[in-house]
Design a protein around this ligand. Structure first.
Ligand code: ZN
Ligand code: ZN
Ligand code: ZN
Length: 428
């Protein structure tokens, strides 16, 4: 079948009697995918047809399936489902369920925020706790070399347009900012590689000894800050050598993970040719404000598992659109005009286009990822040992529908063929 650029896998989605559920989901989906084809389920022993679906028997000759898009700006309904699935996956990795033993809730875990460094002064909103913060107050009211004020002093409300916008766009290092976003996947990989060494150092044992007693698994999600830079929110968990179902050694504590995470956050850096100074190199690393907190167990704890999972899932259906950007790929300045892009977002996007023309940055595919301000990685990932995956979670949801339809049980043969027939409402 023809591949279409979205996350829905129609053949997998259209299993068994999930049709009614699909129809409901497709009705609320903002841009359902239309398919033409058929699917037949037959008893493997007798050959008797159990269920048959043909698109040509449906109104308009097509079957609509939900688009499956993760982003609330593109499809609120599918994004809501995605968010819920991610919550389940993160929470299960912290308190058990979905095939992970409940003993996992005894494993030490910490939440980690890896930040971006500063690329220039921007207007600041309320703090993480929601407390109002005065934006860049300075009594001496300095100005930059372009004659712009280098202080603000106002107290901005959450959601104000000005948040994340630079005090002086000329001073803001746009090339550095998008190059940082582009290397975030590399920095994250380096961070996770550095974790076991840092933990071994802290425990006073060799890396090899650590490996035979302790494994570290992680799940992460990307957040776009108002200033258009990428932060990483992660949960790190200590297990025994066999993963989520295996207890870690008694000396593995949240404090050990915390020290290891802070140390690993300070290690990695990526060097690239300097965008403004040919011949020299630009070194990119995490900002200095890595925030690491223990995930407390039980009800009423400041950071319990459910809250941490919700905190991670919160970012899952968002991206650059919250930072004045665009939720879909763009090709030209004409595309830009169709969206309500802030001047700051516009500069970040054009910085990607400009750098994309230079051979030394070809690997970063900055033109392709310009709408994401240079970041081209996955929005949420979990390490192999996390214990449950988003795919498994989706299959569980599907299995529930199957079991409520009578399709499940007994050996069946499934035959199907589907062709892409468009997106959105059928014409006429
Ligand atoms: Zn949708
Ligand atoms: Zn301000
Ligand atoms: Zn300036």
């Amino acid at each position: 079948m023809r591949q279409h650029d979205n996350h829905a896998r129609p053949d997998a989605v259209l299993s068994g009697g999930q049709l009614a559920a699909i129809a409901t989901a497709a009705r609320v989906c903002a841009r359902p995918v239309r398919l033409r084809g058929w699917r037949t389920v037959a008893d493997a022993v007798t050959g008797e047809v159990i269920s048959a679906v043909r698109s040509d028997e449906q109104p308009g000759g097509v079957i609509e399936v939900p688009c499956g898009n993760r982003r609330a700006a593109v499809c609120p309904s599918c994004a809501w489902l995605y968010k819920g699935d991610l919550w389940q996956v993160m929470a299960a990795g912290l308190r058990g369920g979905h095939g992970i033993p409940e003993t996992v809730s005894q494993h030490p875990a910490v939440s980690v925020t890896l930040t971006a460094p500063s690329f220039g002064l921007v207007h600041r909103g309320p703090g993480r706790d929601g407390q109002p913060v005065r934006c860049r107050p300075r009594h001496d009211r300095p100005v930059c070399q372009h004659g712009q004020p280098a202080s603000c002093g106002r107290t901005h409300r959450d959601g104000e347009q000005l948040l994340g916008q630079p005090l002086c766009a000329e001073c803001f290092d746009y090339a550095g900012a998008v190059l940082f976003n582009a290397v975030v996947p590399e920095l994250w990989a380096a961070f996770t590689r550095a974790l076991p060494s840092a933990a071994a150092r802290e425990a006073g044992i060799s890396r090899a000894v650590l490996r035979s007693h302790l494994r570290i698994s992680s799940g992460k999600v990307i957040e776009y800050q108002d200033r258009g830079l990428v932060h990483v929110h992660a949960v790190i968990r200590a297990d025994g050598p066999d993963g989520a179902g295996d207890d870690p050694p008694p000396w593995a504590s949240a404090d050990l993970l915390k020290t290891a995470a802070l140390s690993a956050a300070s290690v990695p850096s990526v060097t690239l040719p300097h965008p403004g100074d040919s011949g020299s190199m630009l070194t990119l690393s995490w900002g200095s404000q890595a925030d690491v907190r223990a995930v407390r167990r039980g009800i009423g704890g400041e950071l319990n598992e459910a809250k941490v999972a919700a905190y991670i899932a919160k970012y899952a259906s968002k991206a650059t659109e919250d930072a004045g950007g665009i939720p879909v790929p763009i090709r030209s300045a004409a595309d830009l005009a169709e969206w309500n892009v802030t001047p700051h977002g516009w500069r970040l996007i054009t910085a990607c286009w400009q750098l994309a023309r230079r051979e030394e940055y070809a690997d970063l595919k900055l033109a392709r990822w310009a709408h994401q301000y240079g970041f081209g990685g996955h929005f949420s990932t979990r390490s192999r040992r996390w214990g449950v995956t988003l795919t498994q979670r989706r299959q569980q949801r599907q299995a529930w529908h199957d079991s409520h339809d009578g399709d499940a049980g007994g050996q069946v043969i499934v035959l199907s063929e589907w062709h892409y027939a468009g997106t959105g409402d059928p014409p006429g």
